[in-house]
Design a protein around this ligand. Structure first.
Ligand code: 13P
Length: 269
């Protein structure tokens, strides 16, 4: 039995005061929630205050990225031990905005990424997260151009396999995957629920190759990309979608709380 999960990726939004207010409002709004693991991923600068605002709740804290070394001369980077020392239990790895795969841009333009995450660095980050006691939430998903060329399944499977390179079964079972079709992120154009489910199933089948079908059935696979209170019900009704990785709709407490409640309700039926 998989427990649904709702993850709020705040991206580069909210200074410390705004973060505190939003975290307090989410904590209050979800006071009575049961049956959904909620994870909030504020910017690094707000991790401590958001952690404080949520103290005593079941809401977990996550980072939006990490570096694979634990410490040293890596200006501007944040390590797994630093995240756990701020109270993080989760970390997002390989978001398309860090892989330089943006919106509906053609593949060539995406190479202009300034952050440079790729399959190899994602794999290093997944390993660093796991050895640092963090659960990685690994983002995978195709560009619009790749979908049009009918390469979705191949791209997504390739990203899953690359993220898990050299990991053993015991480690892989802890990893959370998020299918985020890049063209659906921040565009208001959600992937149709049945199609999102189909790709989440492909991810689960790729996982089954690594850990066996029974273990893969216990793993959490999320959908992300324009998730909103208006489409969450249909997404959560899908058997292979265990929850959401949410951008825009997690920046307002009412909409984020609504998403978590619907996830708990639908999956609890
Ligand atoms: P939106 O919900 O704003 O489309 O963002 C999704 C996302 O990128 C979450 O990581």
């Amino acid at each position: 039995m998989r427990i649904p999960m709702m993850v709020g990726n705040w991206k580069m939004n909210n200074d410390n005061d705004e973060a505190w207010d939003l975290a307090v409002a989410i904590a209050e709004g979800l006071e009575d929630l049961e049956g959904c693991q909620v994870v909030v991923c504020p910017p690094f600068t707000a991790l401590v205050s958001v952690g404080e605002a949520m103290e005593g709740t079941d809401i977990a804290l996550g980072g939006q990225n990490l570096y694979w070394e634990t410490s040293g001369a890596f200006t501007g980077e944040i390590s797994a031990p630093m995240l756990t020392s701020c109270g993080c239990e989760y970390v997002i790895v390989g978001h398309s905005e860090r892989r330089g795969r943006f919106g509906k841009a053609p593949a060539e333009e995406c190479l202009l990424s300034v952050f440079g995450d790729n399959d190899a660095t994602v794999n290093k980050k997944v390993k660093a997260a796991l050895s640092g006691d963090l659960i990685p939430i690994v983002c995978v998903g195709e560009l619009l151009a790749e979908r049009q060329e009918e390469k979705t399944d191949e791209v997504v499977e390739g990203q899953v396999v690359a993220a898990l390179a050299e990991l053993v079964e015991d480690e892989i079972v802890d990893v959370v995957f998020a299918y985020e079709p890049v063209w659906a992120i921040g565009t208001g154009e959600v992937c149709e629920a049945g199609e999102a489910n189909r790709v989440c199933r492909i991810i689960r089948e790729a996982l089954a190759e690594k850990v066996g079908a029974d273990e893969a059935e216990q793993m959490i696979v999320l959908y992300g990309g324009s998730v909103s209170p208006g489409n969450i019900q249909g997404l959560m009704e899908q058997p292979d979608i265990d929850g959401g990785l949410v951008g825009g709709a997690c920046l307002k407490d009412e909409s984020f709380c609504e998403l978590a409640k619907v996830a708990a309700e639908v999956k609890g039926e």
